[in-house]
Design a protein around this ligand. Structure first.
Ligand code: ADP
Length: 312
């Protein structure tokens, strides 16, 4: 018998990963939204409640609603769906708050319908939801939220997602400063054109990062976590960015960069021991800052969205 109700853990994600702007992302453990989805007789999609942050209940203004609607319109199932959100990931944090909602919505509906859609198809529906937040279609946060691990979005039309293997000892640190950067504004800062020299440098880094991930080559991963195109522009929006990054690298991080469009900053490390030191050093760089921040340190989440047991 098909389920009538499901609770989904929709994880936070890091997009871009230095050299893979709009393409690369990985999935985080330890932080995610909880979404409750219910199959009901009344046709259509409804968002019945949102806890945690002030976000629109209106379906077409909420990324979860728009993603669900895109899927609903395409599949035209009997009846409808009610969605309620326990938001834990702050919108605009740069760790895929909107993507978690879009991914969780289509993941949950797919489960309730008996899994008629592939993850690529789900990504396609979720992209329609993400466009509500950033006014453009991209899947660099959605793909890792749905597939888990690290993903490379080769194309969004048609959706082509490659899963990149994760070396066993890889651990992520994420520092989330409590300041706001809007994705659309962060995009507007980027240059319309990029030099041939920077394109070649960045392509080399992306290719070698993927090779390093496939071959467990931590030195190559470290050497490739560089961004010559986006970081020079966007880092200006993040107070203390260079200090945080240099402290992370000094403490032994393989690499460090802006998570998505910021303000969160991520570091990748070899092993939990180094990751703990890196986290401490990143925090120490903010000892005199006028804002507070959160820190997460955890291995990469290999599963992405997943059902959880919960009584509401
Ligand atoms: P993030 O990288 O953290 O997802 P974005 O700037 O991409 O940040 O997305 C946040 C924007 O999306 C905010 O303007 C927010 O109001 C809007 N939004 C709409 N629905 C949701 C949702 N369900 N979850 C998070 N943000 C949402």
């Amino acid at each position: 018998m098909k389920r009538q109700e499901i609770h989904v853990l929709a994880p936070a994600t890091v997009a871009n990963v230095c050299c893979g702007f709009d393409m690369l992302g990985f999935c985080l453990n330890g932080i995610g939204d909880i979404m409750h989805l219910k199959r009901v007789d009344q046709p259509g999609i409804r968002i019945t409640s949102i806890n945690g942050f002030d976000l629109p209940l209106e379906v077409r203004k909420n990324v979860a609603g728009m993603a669900a609607l895109a899927m609903y319109d395409a599949l035209q199932p009997q009846g409808g769906f009610e969605i309620s959100l326990d938001k834990k990931i702050k919108p605009g944090s740069g760790i895929g708050s909107s993507a978690a909602s879009a991914a969780g919505a289509v993941y949950g509906i797919n489960k309730l319908l008996g899994e008629p859609c592939s993850k690529e198809e789900l990504t396609g529906f979720a992209i329609k939801g993400e466009a509500v937040a950033s006014q453009c279609e991209h899947a660099d946060n959605l793909a890792p939220a749905l597939f888990g691990g690290m993903t490379l979005v080769k194309s969004i039309s048609p959706v082509q997602v490659l899963k990149i293997p994760i070396p066993e000892e890889l651990v992520a640190c994420v520092l989330h400063p409590h300041i706001t950067i809007n994705t659309a504004e962060a995009r507007a800062l980027l240059p319309a054109q990029v030099s041939l020299e920077n394109t070649i440098t960045q392509s080399g880094h992306l290719a070698s990062l993927i090779h390093g991930m496939h071959t467990n080559n931590y030195d190559l991963i470290s050497d490739s976590l560089t961004d010559v195109i986006v970081e020079p522009h966007r880092s200006k929006l993040i107070p203390n960015f260079s200090e945080i990054k240099s402290q992370a690298l000094k403490a032994g991080a393989l690499g460090c960069g802006i998570s998505g469009s910021g303000p969160s900053i991520f570091a990748l490390c070899r092993g939990m021991e180094i990751a703990q030191l890196v986290s401490k050093s990143m925090a120490a760089a903010l000892v005199n800052a006028s804002f507070t921040f959160d820190l997460y340190t955890a291995p990469i989440n290999l599963q992405g969205c997943q059902p959880i047991n919960q009584t509401k």
